[in-house]
Design a protein around this ligand. Structure first.
Ligand SMILES: [Zn+2]
Ligand SMILES: [Zn+2]
Length: 131
């Protein structure tokens, strides 16, 4: 006889003999796998539980945190700004007009901050952090 009852990978435990669906299948966990009595045709059948898990993630939004913990900034690098964009072209600034920044990124939400720093602070930072 052709098996017309859909009883594999179903949302509910479904009797392979009569197609009866157990309405509270979620009550059966994998520890109870094995034989079960059909409430429809009273026959015994085997059941097993297939669990699929998927995951979702999202970045933490510091501003929306209830605790108002705020950002947790970590210095990413230091940057020397030697050019300025004026009237449609890049012009190199005289050295006295260089601007120095410390760029920090929040480890929780990726928010970026540009902090003005002095030439002295820039000069005293490790070269590996400079761009
Ligand atoms: Zn049945
Ligand atoms: Zn943040």
């Amino acid at each position: 006889m052709e098996d017309k009852i859909n009883h594999e990978n179903t949302n509910e435990i479904t009797c392979p003999y009569c197609g009866y669906k157990i309405g509270d299948s979620w009550e059966y966990n994998s520890e109870e796998e094995g034989e079960i009595n059909c409430s429809g045709c009273s026959r015994k059948f085997n059941f097993s539980v297939n669990i699929t898990v998927d995951y979702s993630t999202s970045k933490i939004n510091c501003e929306e945190l209830e605790q108002k913990e705020g950002h947790e900034y970590k210095t990413e690098r230091y940057y020397k700004y030697t050019k300025d964009y004026k009237n449609g072209e890049w012009i190199t600034l005289p050295e006295d007009d260089y601007k120095y920044y410390r760029i920090e990124i929040c480890t929780k939400c990726d928010n970026v901050n540009y902090i003005d720093i002095t030439k002295e602070e820039f000069d005293n930072t490790p070269i590996s952090l400079k761009q």
